[in-house]
Design a protein around this ligand. Structure first.
Ligand code: SF4
Length: 306
């Protein structure tokens, strides 16, 4: 039997899809309470109820990064091209990727959030929407890490974790790369979320692992800045560390930590380093990509030979 809740959920999902969402899932707000086995607690100020005290559901939406958008700039940056001077080629291809693989999805997901929010509003519900990425206020005389030194992450972040919402809405699970993997696109997508007081039909959580875990670990190898570590790494302790972690579990909460400021320093410290994104470019989920730059092809070749 189709209930009113099911009808509303279908209409909300249809609205998100009509405006460009490729994936849509629903999480009841209770899934943001600490869940075993890790029992990660949402940091204060980041829970759906912090934004809407009457929140009942969170809608998670995603758009893919198109495969060539991720792969082509990385490959082309390795070539000598007459139209792109050698001294600017890495920043040039970094920017091409940032526009087509980040900015486009970031803005579109925000528009989709507004469209879904308006739709809910016309039916008498409340909805809160979010920026897709971290918010980076400019504080005069300070770098971003200096300004956020007192924060546990030591860097700016978004007001709401769309990755945690995505796993709770059944769209995927975290990978070792600290990015959410879906069956459809692996780690190649971006997420946003809408918090609402509407009761919507929840989607089931993922029940089978998507990340290949220790049988792969290519993302950890590909990150030449060593910005990603597993939460059990005794050398990197902070409030998110774990002494033990069961990697047979589904990663509703992340098994790893990443240091964004370290990742951001890559071009400064290694001017000829690969175009941003090798940690997700190398991921063999949902399939190994055929057009990767040589250094990643080699890495995958060695992995396949084992
Ligand atoms: S590269 Fe391998 S270990 Fe890393 S997220 Fe992808 S599947 Fe998981």
């Amino acid at each position: 039997m189709i209930s009113k809740t099911d009808d509303l959920t279908s209409a909300v999902k249809e609205t998100a899809r009509r405006f460009g969402a490729a994936l849509v899932g629903v999480a009841p707000v209770e899934r943001f309470d600490p869940m075993p086995p890790v029992n990660d607690r949402v940091p204060e100020g980041h829970h759906p109820r912090d934004f809407l005290p009457t929140a009942r559901s969170v809608v998670s939406i995603a758009q893919p990064i198109l495969d060539p958008v991720l792969d082509a700039p990385a490959r082309l940056a390795r070539r000598k091209l007459p139209m792109v001077p050698e001294n600017v080629k890495y920043p040039y291809w970094d920017l091409v990727y940032n526009i087509t693989g980040h900015a486009v999805q970031d803005r579109m997901l925000e528009f989709i959030g507004q469209a879904v929010g308006q739709f809910l509003m016309t039916l008498g519900y409340e909805a809160m929407i979010f920026p897709t990425t971290g918010v980076h206020p400019r504080i005069e005389g300070m770098t971003t890490p200096e300004a956020f030194r007192e924060s546990p992450f030591k860097y700016t972040y978004g007001p709401f974790s769309h990755r945690h919402a995505a796993t709770r809405a059944g769209l995927g699970e975290f990978g070792y790369c600290n990015v959410v993997l879906t069956r459809q696109f692996g780690p190649r997508q971006r997420f946003n979320s809408i918090v609402t007081d509407a009761d919507l039909t929840p989607d089931p959580l993922v029940t089978e692992p998507i990340c290949l875990r220790d049988a792969c670990a290519l993302c950890l190898k590909a990150c030449f800045m060593h910005a990603i570590t597993l939460r059990t790494d005794p050398d990197v302790r902070d409030h998110r560390s774990l002494d033990e972690d069961d990697h047979t579990r589904i990663f509703i909460d992340t098994p790893s930590k990443s240091v964004p400021s370290q990742c951001m320093r890559r071009r400064q410290e290694h001017p000829t380093s690969p175009v941003r994104g090798d940690c997700i470019r190398v991921c063999p989920v949902p399939k190994v990509r055929p057009d990767l730059p040589d250094h990643l092809q080699e890495m995958i070749g060695e992995w396949q030979a084992v």
